[in-house]
Design a protein around this ligand. Structure first.
Ligand code: G3P
Ligand code: MG
Length: 260
């Protein structure tokens, strides 16, 4: 139901490095993380880049929007200086560059399809096609642990991903689980539900598990909370605090801790 690692570094390296950069992946590796979540959206010319915000101003300086900027301009933008002088010069990665780096380092990926609003289907389709092409060998071999998991808050993006590459696993991302989460997950033939840990209860976790889905939470930054939700049956989570929560957690330890 969840053949993947239990703990993922959120946006590459959590809060220890500029999000969604190759430096973040290097930081995650330094802390022993070989599993990440990151965000991907399309440039003006329809090329996937690893970014979280559609608008400039936070992680890249200036004004502008990813969907109105060609990839050749995006990859020249500094995505590290905002975080600190040590990271100045870290650029916006192309999606293909990012997944190739992950593959070369044996880093498992939860790829969050994060379309710029209005570009849902094309983003889902593009990400699915590229991912399938890069992982054709693993897919052919049935190596499910090695194949990335696609997730999105956009059900339209997931539907397009499904149409383009039905063999890639998908997860529905919800902030709060909607009343019809079962129907949405079934319609997309999803393997997992990803949700905000803040709104999760033991009863909701039990319902998701009883329905046969993997259950993943974002973003868990306190070891005690990690222990609590793991004891509820949560299969995995991402964290910003890779310095506080290690890459490997044994469920038994987590359950023991939650009882003390
Ligand atoms: O994929 C889980 C999590 O990353 C979703 O929220 O805003 O951090 O992309 P966000
Ligand atoms: Mg994300």
């Amino acid at each position: 139901m969840w053949p993947y690692p239990k703990v993922l570094a959120h946006r590459g390296g959590g809060t220890l490095a500029p999000e969604n950069t190759i430096a973040a992946l290097r930081c995650g590796l330094a802390y022993g993380f070989r599993a990440v979540e990151f965000d991907v959206m399309l440039s003006k010319d329809g090329i996937g880049v690893v970014m979280h915000d559609p608008d400039f101003g936070r992680t890249v300086a200036g004004q502008g929007n990813v969907a109105r900027t060609p990839a050749s301009d995006l990859v020249r933008k500094d995505a590290g200086a905002w975080f600190g002088p040590d990271f100045a010069g870290e650029t916006v990665p192309l999606f293909t560059e990012y997944i190739d780096y992950c593959r070369s380092q044996g880093i498992w990926m939860n790829i969050e399809i994060k379309p710029v609003p209005g570009h849902e289907a094309e983003t889902g389709r593009w990400v699915a096609r590229k991912t399938r092409a890069r992982f054709s060998e693993e897919l052919r071999a049935g190596d499910v642990k090695a194949v990335p998991l696609l997730s999105s808050f956009s059900m339209a993006a997931l539907a397009a991903a499904r149409e383009a590459a039905p063999e890639l696993p998908r997860a529905c991302l919800f902030d709060t689980l909607p009343a019809d989460w079962r129907e949405q997950a079934a319609a997309l033939d999803a393997v997992a539900i990803h949700t905000n840990q803040k709104h999760l209860t033991a009863a909701l976790a039990a319902a998701v598990k009883a329905a046969g889905y993997g259950l993943f939470c974002y973003t868990v930054n306190a070891p005690e909370r990690a222990a609590e939700i793991l004891a509820w049956g949560v299969d995995g989570f991402c964290t910003d605090r890779i310095d506080l929560i290690g890459p490997v957690i044994h469920t038994d330890d987590a359950q023991r801790e939650s009882l003390t």
